[in-house]
Design a protein around this ligand. Structure first.
Ligand code: M6R
Length: 366
């Protein structure tokens, strides 16, 4: 059942070329400039006309929401707020009838997320669900939605569900942008074409898994880790840190790279590994300066870079190269080496990767 893999988590990481493709199947045909999410059809106008989108979720699903925030705001020009479901529901949130709430949940059973959407629904908001489990409670409670077609996810650490969520949310943002007219035909076409290339690019990153394993070996006994990224790679940094914490039990924190100088940089010394996502995008130069700040304090830097980047290679301890893609889609690629890094470190530490201590696959308690 693990398809020849040692753990479900590794199998699920390697399934991503397929699960991402499945989440686009029948929805995207770049050649014909076709994009349609069946489950949104009757509600697309409402999404495009919404004054505000509130995204709720927990854990990894919340991270997918943070990625979606950048994409929705950039492409569809709709203000987005991303909330932890557990915070949202307990503080008498301001919800108006023209608000759209998007609930993200792999299991569709997370108690706090379910309660958050019931609250928003009672205040008149329209609810969209982005769930992986068909017929789950959240999917049934939502007015409309789009399933992620990741297939069953068994490992407690969410991997293929995350990339499927980001894929579907990107399609939602693109649909809203097209409906609103906030995206040019050229960019629309380009993004659809790039989306279709994603499965092959993920495949390419997976072919370099051995390289990540070698780095994991070196850092197996680290006691702490910091993950940094900017822009769309900031939520990826949070996700990388969460993956490491939950399956290896190493303390890890994710930060927006520029926040370092506001406190966390005090933690940097020769014992602190820092994973920096430093792909060639609009914040590249800024991230390069952040790397310099860390190296000046003797931190050990593992940089995830765009292939062919020789500049960063000279500055850091280790590089992991990933293929280039449109900035909006980069999280789908940049998260892959971080999933692998946490997996290999956890295995080398002898952890129960698929069922880490104290955790359940779906959190149905409040
Ligand atoms: O099923 P959900 O997406 O609602 O679950 C949310 C979180 O419990 C989940 O993402 C959790 O953080 C994962 N174990 C992270 O890998």
């Amino acid at each position: 059942e693990k398809g020849g893999f040692e753990h479900f988590m590794l199998k699920e990481i390697f399934e991503q070329p397929r699960s991402i493709a499945d989440s686009m199947r029948g929805r995207v045909r770049a050649e014909e400039e076709h994009l349609q999410l069946g489950g949104l059809r009757d509600y697309l106008g409402q999404l495009a006309a919404s004054e505000r989108v509130v995204i709720v979720g927990c854990g990894t699903s919340w991270h997918a929401g943070l990625v979606a925030e950048y994409i929705f705001e950039e492409l569809a020009r709709i203000p987005v707020e991303v909330e932890y479901a557990s915070e949202f529901r307990y503080r008498n949130p301001i919800i108006k009838e023209r608000d759209v709430v998007i609930a993200i949940s792999q299991s569709g059973e997370t108690a706090d997320t379910l309660a958050a959407i019931e609250l928003a629904k009672s205040k008149g908001a329209t609810i969209f669900g982005v769930c992986n489990v068909v017929g789950s409670s959240i999917a049934r409670t939502a007015h409309a939605g789009a399933y992620t077609h990741a297939g069953p996810e068994i490992g407690v650490a969410s991997t293929k569900a995350f990339t499927a969520q980001v894929t579907v949310l990107t399609l939602m943002a693109l649909s809203a942008a097209q409906q609103k007219g906030t995206i040019s035909n050229t960019v629309f076409r380009q993004l659809l074409a790039e989306l279709e290339r994603i499965p092959a690019l993920v495949e390419k990153v997976l072919r370099d898994a051995q390289k990540v394993k070698e780095i994991a070996y070196i850092f197996t006994y680290a006691r702490n880790f910091i993950y940094l990224g900017r822009g769309l790679n900031f939520p990826v940094a949070l996700e990388g840190a969460l993956k490491l914490k939950e399956i290896s039990y190493i303390h890890a924190e994710g930060y927006p790279a520029a926040e370092m100088k506001h406190g966390p940089i005090a933690l940097i010394d020769e014992d602190m590994p820092v994973v920096v996502i430093a792909t060639k995008d609009s914040s590249y130069e800024k991230v390069v300066s952040n790397i310099q700040e860390i190296k000046a304090r003797k931190g050990r830097v593992i940089a995830v870079v765009t292939e062919g980047d020789s500049h960063i290679r000279e500055m850091v301890d280790f590089v992991i190269e990933i293929p280039n893609v449109h900035e909006m889609l980069m999280p789908l690629i940049s998260v892959i080496p971080l999933q692998l890094l946490s997996y290999y470190i956890a295995v080398m530490r002898g952890r129960n990767v698929d069922q880490p201590r104290n955790l359940a696959k779906s959190v149905t308690v409040e």
